[in-house]
Design a protein around this ligand. Structure first.
Ligand SMILES: Cc1cc2nc3c(=O)[nH]c(=O)nc-3n(C[C@H](O)[C@H](O)[C@H](O)COP(=O)(O)OP(=O)(O)OC[C@H]3O[C@@H](n4cnc5c(N)ncnc54)[C@H](O)[C@@H]3O)c2cc1C
Length: 429
């Protein structure tokens, strides 16, 4: 009856219509976690992943060791048009819950800094843990399944409820949901619930697509325009002339944009600025805005310079006591040509101090989605229930993970959001 598609010499997948309770589009952190939770509740779940394997971002995350959560997770670590939206899901599935799961699977881990938990070994162990959990929960994972289209059908015929079905699903005379028909190259999947976990636009070679946003638009949902976040800044040609030769040099600094300040390292690259403090700040930056860098975050630069102002010591040599020498020289070349400190006028001393504590840089841009660790913006949270991630206007439709307008700071928060939002939807589908 079913046509058959030869996928490889060993595997024949029937083309046809497959009925299931839940279809999850996207086999990343959020999609897999939701599928596991739904499977544990007895729901029949199919995960459709268009790449040849699941969890590609998990594999490369945290430099290959997956910073899988952060012990200090709080709603303040997330950027969203509605900062309250993430609270409910984060409260119901906490870092401690995920740590218990990691411990259940005997995966060794450690706290690197600031509550960031990393695997001692490879990120692969987190993927294997998710695959084991999915298999135990009876989840079917179909890789190589490119979703072509989604539409809603008429409510299914009177078939009576499945055990554990949400009230009314498939019940004649009840408040029946319209089923979803998800067309892929390998067949059509019909389900009562559809979970969109297709992630953001970052790093296209790892499988990122705009499918989630397109689907949201198809259902008339509002999207907060996405932007690349946790991404290095580029610098102007003139600034790079001095700084690019220092590529690889890093320094402790505090960096702020739009009132949010991060104290960590910044790293000079051959294209601009990176390092944790810069990546964090990039999520708050929008084109045209400046970024303020304090190169002497522990000092009052004015006092420091004034203490030396009658000396023969040059500005570059003076700054080399606090900053990498080559950086001190480059910074002077860009801002205040170095000369003996005693030759600067009082006004220039004030300007130098101001520049050291509040160096204003206007980045021409970022390195974009090619290098961004996450995508900020996404499905407007107004459209979703914060308890379940269900779309308020379309019963049975859910958005979870990075595709939603909730973006974590650097440090394991994005995975915690993926687990927590996946868990919330997994209890409801
Ligand atoms: C280099 C890098 C390092 C990172 N390190 C960390 C870290 O250490 N800690 C941390 O918390 N966060 C980290 N992140 C961020 C984190 O990986 C993401 O926020 C998280 O993976 C989002 O999970 P998700 O399931 O929403 O999306 P994703 O993990 O992106 O999963 C989406 C899935 O959907 C699939 N898909 C897309 N479109 C379709 C379609 N049309 N049909 C079928 N499938 C589709 C994709 O192939 C993908 O598998 C890192 C990100 C990057 C890029």
């Amino acid at each position: 009856m079913f046509a058959a598609l030869l996928v490889s010499s060993l595997q024949v997948i029937p083309l046809g219509v497959h009925e299931t309770d839940v279809v999850v589009i996207g086999g990343g952190a959020a999609g897999l976690f939701c599928a596991i939770e739904a499977g544990k509740r007895g729901r029949k779940v199919v995960v459709l992943e268009h790449a040849e394997r699941i969890g590609k971002k998990i594999a490369i995350s945290g430099g290959g060791r997956c910073n899988f959560t952060n012990l200090n997770t709080s709603p303040d670590n997330f950027i969203s048009d509605n900062p309250h939206f993430c609270k409910s899901a984060l409260a119901r599935y906490t870092p401690a819950d995920f740590v218990s799961l990691v411990e259940k699977h005997a995966i060794p881990y450690h706290e690197k800094k600031l509550g960031q938990l990393f695997c001692d070994g490879s990120s692969r162990s987190i993927i294997e843990m998710l695959l084991t959990e999915a298999s135990e929960a009876g989840v079917e994972i179909r890789c190589g399944s490119l979703v072509r289209s989604v539409k809603q059908s008429e409510p299914p015929a009177d078939r009576g409820p499945r055990p554990g079905s949400p009230a009314g699903v498939g019940v004649a005379g009840g408040h029946a949901r319209r089923a979803f028909e998800v067309k892929t190259d390998t067949g059509t999947f019909v389900s009562q619930s559809l979970v969109v976990a297709t992630g953001g636009l970052s790093i296209p070679p790892l499988g990122a697509t705009d499918f989630g946003y397109r689907l949201a638009r198809q259902f008339g949902l509002t999207i907060r325009e996405p932007w690349p976040a946790l991404v290095p800044f580029t610098l102007s040609r003139e600034t790079l002339r001095e700084l690019a030769p220092l590529s690889g040099v890093s320094l402790d600094a505090s960096v702020s944009c739009q009132g949010t300040l991060f104290r960590e390292n910044i790293l000079i690259t051959h294209r601009g600025l990176s390092g944790p403090a810069i990546l964090q700040t990039s999520s708050y930056w929008r084109p045209g805005l400046s970024v303020t860098i304090s190169l002497l975050p522990d000092y009052d630069a004015l006092r420091l310079v004034r203490e030396q102002e009658n000396k023969e010591l040059t500005l570059a040599n003076f700054l080399s006591q606090f900053l990498p020498r080559r950086f001190a020289q480059a910074w002077c070349a860009l801002n205040f040509p170095s000369q003996p400190l005693k030759r600067y006028t009082p006004g220039e001393v004030t300007g130098i101090a101001q520049g050291l504590n509040n160096w204003e840089v206007v980045p021409p841009g970022t390195e974009g989605y090619k290098k961004a660790e996450v995508t900020a913006g996404g499905i407007a949270t107004d459209e979703l229930s914060s308890q379940t991630m269900a779309v308020k206007s379309v019963p049975g439709l859910y958005f979870i993970g990075e595709v939603v307008d909730v973006t974590g700071q650097l440090g394991g928060y994005n995975f915690q959001w993926a687990w927590a939002s996946g868990y919330a939807a997994g209890q409801d589908v």
